[in-house]
Write a protein that binds this ligand. Structure first.
Ligand code: ATP
Length: 473
């Protein structure tokens, strides 16, 4: 049964709060904007999203390794990467209602035309807007006790730079050879002008980023390859393909470092939104750090904005970030293909996609049709009644299941009500222990989506659930 888009976000946020998926950060203190807390079910769901990403990008492959780099980095990293100079959004303020807007969001053609709107987009206000000002999205912080400019650095606004600056460490410490990738999942921070749409645009969020290094010239093929791989990932986790699109950026609109970019977008109830950007970043980043690292000794902690990076080797062939290709017997700076996805946005997309309502027993049934691999709880064990030896029989089965999967045990309320509770949080399987279990050793296995029930033997439950979750990959 289709749930109207206009109501879906409201219903989903209510469910998320009611059942412990996502809470507003610091709710007790009135909340803060752009930060979210994942509750007991939300943390499991997001962990499953991240695990599924890691499985595809790292575990299932021989040519990608993982990394967990720090959030705090040398301030020159952010100068060399261009974030100090360019990681800014243009913003305008309404002089009347004081609302602040990102120019490119209220004027979609801004990037090409440079046209800045003059009237507040709020139909009730229509006040006059200020001119556009650049607002750097990085959160500043200070290392150590002295808060002067020498100690200033930033919370990372993306995990990718931690990968680039470890490129040589990974090459030297492993036997991996180009083409290869380094993957990382971790927190990033952006002081977004206008956080909104639930977790979609937050100020603290998690990214899942792969930097795949390849020989210049092979980059176009690797780019196409990763676009296809990522499509398979979303499809494999059951996302509705008519709500997913792959949008290629027009050449004129590409960022200065990118040769090609495809955005993966999902049709959220509030419209199309980016889940992931896949970019051919050429050798831009490694070259940038090649210059950045030469500047370290020369840097005395002046304002980074004014500091000039020292480029003593315009060819960039001799530095640490070039790569010696043994087969070709030559040195080059690898090109990079970057699929960069948001863990929170993917989680939100899977939640929106899974939310459904249908009818059962004359009542509305709320159900999250999550892929079994993503479901926060895989199986619920439910003794029909709390007596007649049923709990004693159900407990060992629960113990066996919980060793392998996220499982819950629930013996309170009528069985129908317990099924509804599990449907609402997306539990794909419920196992009920009843009078027949005691006689013939069979249990009722109920499936969330079809609500079909079948009897299977107690001993086969673990294998059944295992097959249905992991056999579906
Ligand atoms: P947007 O245009 O929506 O601001 P972006 O193009 O700046 O996003 P990237 O820098 O490409 O985003 O970051 C890669 C991914 O990180 C995005 O596709 C998204 O999934 C995630 N991401 C970026 N900003 C946020 C945010 N403020 N909140 C949640 N996720 C984010």
């Amino acid at each position: 049964m289709a749930v109207e888009a206009a109501q879906l976000m409201e219903k989903l946020t209510a469910l998320a709060r009611r059942r412990g998926f996502i809470f507003q950060s610091s709710e007790l203190y009135g909340g803060i904007n752009g930060a979210w807390d994942y509750g007991p079910l939300g943390v499991e769901l997001k962990r499953n999203v991240k695990a599924a990403w890691w499985q595809q990008v790292v575990t299932d492959r021989e040519d990608v390794v993982g990394l967990d780099s720090s959030i705090l980095m040398h301030p020159l990293v952010w100068k060399a990467s261009g974030h100090v100079q360019n990681f800014a959004d243009p913003m305008v303020d309404c002089k009347k209602c004081k609302k602040r807007y990102r120019v490119d969001e209220i004027e979609p053609e801004y990037e090409t035309t440079g046209k800045v709107p003059t009237q507040c987009p709020d139909a009730k206000c229509k006040g006059e807007l200020t001119g556009a000002r650049k607002f750097n999205l990085m959160f500043e912080t200070h290392l150590g006790p002295v808060a002067d400019s020498a100690a200033k650095t930033f919370l990372r606004p993306e995990t990718a730079q931690g990968i680039f600056v470890n490129f040589q460490n990974v090459v030297n410490s492993t036997r991996i050879k180009v083409p290869f990738g380094i993957a990382q999942i971790g927190k990033s921070f952006r002081n977004e002008i206008n956080p909104r749409n639930f977790t979609f645009r937050s100020r603290e969020f998690e990214q899942m980023e792969l930097e795949f290094f390849c020989k210049p010239g092979s980059d176009d093929d690797w780019f196409k390859y990763w676009v296809e791989e990522r499509k398979k990932w979303y499809a494999g986790l059951g996302i509705k393909m008519d709500r997913l699109r792959f949008r290629e950026h027009e050449k004129e609109k590409l960022s200065h470092y990118s040769k090609a970019t495809t955005d993966v977008e999902y049709l959220f109830p509030f419209g199309w939104g980016e889940l992931e950007g896949i970019a051919n970043r050429t050798d831009f980043d490694l070259r940038a750090h090649q210059i950045g690292m030469r500047s370290v000794g020369k840097w005395r902690g002046e304002e980074l904005q004014d500091f000039k990076l020292v480029d003593e080797d315009p060819e960039h062939q001799s530095g640490k970030l070039s790569y010696f290709d043994d087969e070709e017997k030559r040195r080059y700076i690898p090109y990079v293909i970057e699929p960069s996805a948001g863990a929170d946005r993917a989680t939100l997309a899977f939640l929106c996609d899974a939310y459904d309502e249908d009818e059962a027993g004359g009542e509305v049934r709320f159900v999250l049709r999550l892929h079994p691999r993503l479901a926060p709880v895989k199986v619920a064990v439910l003794p029909l009644v709390k007596k007649d030896g049923m709990p004693e029989r159900a407990r060992p089965l629960y113990d066996a299941l919980k060793k392998r999967f996220a499982a819950v045990y629930d013996d309170s309320a009528a069985i129908g009500k317990r099924y509804r509770r599990q449907d609402e949080i997306g539990t794909p399987f419920c196992v009920t222990i009843d009078g027949d279990t005691l006689k013939d050793g069979t249990v009722t296995l109920r499936e969330r989506d079809s609500m079909k029930q079948q009897r299977i033997s107690e001993e086969s439950v673990v294998a059944f659930v295992d097959e249905r979750i992991y056999g579906m990959r």
